[in-house]
Design a protein around this ligand. Structure first.
Ligand SMILES: Nc1ncnc2c1ncn2[C@@H]1O[C@H](COP(=O)(O)OP(=O)(O)OP(=O)(O)O)[C@@H](O)[C@H]1O
Length: 254
């Protein structure tokens, strides 16, 4: 697997997203800012409803924002029409969801190939092989998602997200459907993608023992930046949990 272009940071500047819920307005994001450097792993934490998924979706260009900018590799996403945005997303971002979102009727291998443009030709076969090897899934390549465990399905979803060699991976609760042992395996895999390939990762999570794999934790509250926590690399969930609680002023989390 090739390493990625290291000149592709992600900047979120003063982003606003407001939803109408009945007669009231919900400020899902209220001037949130975040910069992610090449080869940096950032976790986004916050209580339920604090705006984590909305922020990730804004970074992915999956929702329009009402103010501020999301810039990836120097490109302001709001300046792209639908078609160019889809292509830009494919070439620059990999996205991983809690529910894996694999196509049940396709084999693991076919799911990985799905986002690849036709022009990749024979290069694609080699790339799929490398990804299956890298993620320990070579023996499972012909299985359909229904015959794979949750952890295996998430590995395939990560391979699919990497097929176009994006510099940035966005992950929304990637371990949320997994037991803690399998979840840790996925966290270690994500960490390796940062350490060995210098990819940038932004991951939404509720869990201190998942967030501890990041370099930095961005804590949101009510759609605003509340705090930044630098993890110290000791991977101690208790320390991260305590720092997180302190950031929230001792509030009990949902
Ligand atoms: N499509 C939508 N329509 C209306 N309101 C929305 C929509 N999406 C999100 N919201 C609201 O925006 C706020 C932030 O939601 P968001 O899903 O980003 O929070 P979250 O931190 O990811 O929560 P959770 O941890 O529960 O997934 C919430 O009040 C939510 O109800």
């Amino acid at each position: 697997m090739t390493s990625t272009d290291s000149s592709k940071p992600l900047h979120v500047q003063q982003v606003i997203k407001t939803y109408q819920q009945g007669t009231s307005k919900v400020h899902a994001l209220d001037r949130v800012s975040l910069t992610v450097e090449p080869g940096e792993f950032v976790a986004i934490m916050g209580a339920s409803g604090s705006g984590k998924s909305t922020l990730l979706h804004a970074m992915a260009g999956l929702i329009d924002v009402d103010g501020g900018t999301v810039t990836i590799a120097g490109q302001d996403l709001s300046q792209l029409a639908d078609g160019p945005l889809t292509r830009f997303r494919r070439d620059n971002l990999g996205i991983v969801f809690q529910a894996y979102n694999l196509i049940p009727s396709l084999t693991a291998e076919a799911n990985i190939r799905l986002p690849a443009p036709k022009k990749m030709g024979g290069e694609l076969d080699a790339k799929v092989d490398r990804l299956l090897q890298r993620l320990g899934m070579i023996e499972r390549r012909h299985h359909k998602p229904g015959a794979l465990s949750g952890g295996e399905q998430q590995r395939i979803a990560i391979a699919r997200a990497l097929i176009c060699d994006p510099a940035i991976l966005l992950a929304d609760e990637p371990t949320g459907s997994l037991d803690s042992v399998t979840g840790t395996q996925i966290c270690k895999l994500l960490r390796r993608l940062v350490d060995e390939e210098r990819r940038s990762i932004v991951m939404v999570t509720h869990e201190p023992h998942v967030a501890m794999w990041a370099d930095r934790i961005c804590v949101l509250k009510d759609g605003t930046n509340l705090a930044e926590i630098q993890t110290d690399g000791t991977r101690d969930p208790q320390t991260v949990a305590r720092q997180y609680q302190e950031a929230l002023g001792g509030e009990v989390l949902v």
